[in-house]
Design a binder for this molecule. Sequence first.
Ligand code: SF4
Length: 357
Amino acid sequence: MNSKSAPHRSYSLNKEQIPPVIVEKLNDIERINLKEKIKKKLKQKGAVIVSHYYTDSDLQLLADETGGCVSDSLDMARFGFESNAKTLVVCGVKFMGETAKILNPEKRILMPDLNANCSLDIGCPEDEFSKFCDAHPDHVVVVYANTSAAVKARADWMVTSGSAVNVIKYLAANNKKIIWAPDKYLGDYVQKKSGAEMLIWQGSCVVHEEFKGNELESLRKIHPDAKVLVHPESPSSVIAQADMVGSTTAIIKAVTKMDAKKFIVATDKGIFHKMQEAANNKILIEAPTAGKGATCISCAHCPWMAMNSLRKLLHILETGKNEIFVEKNIINRARGSIEKLLKFTRGNERAGLSNDA
Ligand code: SF4
């Protein structure tokens, strides 16, 4: 084993740093009225919705109905880049809005709630991370998409969960030593798949970290015919039981491709909307976050993703509030690490290789 953990403290959040999950409750009339108003405003402003799979199903439906996109972070970035819209309304978390701004500095980027963050982003402060990188100048710095613009600016590469293994294998094949940040579970998974020499930052996702290996084992005994689909931000005890480990896009594809009726799914339950849309004859079961030793607050739903709502979306379209700004010098540096990935994944696609496994 070539990997060693970065010699510093854990960057997982403590409970006080995690907001409660508050999901907007609407009756049918309120929902219809809000959607109609939002549709009008989107047209008036020349705006499109760019939403992540983990947001509320109302937002996902609206994005699809209005020519926007619902996707993972890589395809959100690509869609925003290729769109002709003057305004991108990013329904997701802060780093997704920043990535959209970095790739589209001339476009206006709005977000329903500027407090929507990510435990991985919070757990990788730029000043501490930079010091760590400075202490290992012979390493290539690879950061996950779930980081601030400033951390991306410090990196050589940005990767997503779907592209991480291929990028690290490519770097390892070129004898590169790697600093990986911020997710320790994804870093561990990628290291095992690639055999690369990696220093791994000790951050974690508050949603995926809560999936429990022991309880999953018990659930599999109740549903022996179910296939287990796992996002690689989950602990190794959960990954070890997976029939498929992959990005959100790969998980949605798997439910249509795999010859099973039932699936246990270890990722944010917001993804069930698209999974059900893709295969409504399949039975989807949430992977367990509770049971012996349960500590879960988020219970398979991201508290920050839940901050996106129809009401807030209408509010920002009416007021123009919550615009994302990123300093020019950070944009210039961060863009290099993101574009490297976009070029790499396009090369893989041309070669017929998958970017979402
Ligand atoms: S689900 Fe986890 S990784 Fe995704 S935004 Fe929420 S905290 Fe971050």
